[in-house]
Ligand binder design. Structure first.
Ligand SMILES: [Cu+2]
Length: 110
C-alpha cells in the first residue's frame, strides 16, 4: 500500500515535466476573406508550409484557422504574414470590420 502511494507521488511529480517536453502549442487565428473551399485549401496549404507548423485546420463557417506548432520555432508571425500575403486578413478580434480580397472576391464595382 505504501509502495503504491510512493508510485503515485512520483507520477504526480513526473507528469508536468513530461507534458512540457516537446509539447506543441495551439493558436486560433481569425481570418477574414475566406469564401469557399478553394480559399480554405489555399490558406491551409500555405500555413502548413511554414516551418514549425505541425498541423493546420481551417473552418470557413467561423473563419478560424487553428494552428498547432512547435513553440521553439515561433512560426505564428510567419503564419500571419503568409495568410495576409495571399490577400486574406488576420484580425485580432472577431468584431473588426476589416475588408479583404479573397480568391473569389469578384466584386465588379471597379
Ligand atoms: Cu475562395
Amino acid at each position: 500500500m505504501k509502495r503504491l502511494l510512493v508510485l503515485l507521488l512520483s507520477l504526480a511529480f513526473l507528469t508536468p515535466s513530461v507534458i512540457a517536453a516537446g509539447e506543441k502549442e495551439k493558436t486560433v487565428l481569425k481570418v477574414k476573406g475566406m469564401h469557399c473551399a478553394s480559399c480554405v485549401s489555399m490558406v491551409r496549404k500555405s500555413v502548413k508550409k511554414v516551418d514549425g507548423v505541425e498541423e493546420a485546420s481551417v473552418s470557413i463557417e467561423t473563419g478560424e484557422v487553428t494552428v498547432v506548432y512547435d513553440p521553439a520555432k515561433k512560426p505564428v508571425e510567419s503564419v500571419v504574414k503568409a495568410i495576409n500575403k495571399m490577400g486574406y486578413k488576420v484580425v485580432d478580434d472577431a468584431s473588426s470590420a476589416a475588408t479583404s480580397k479573397g480568391c473569389c472576391d469578384t466584386k465588379t464595382d471597379e
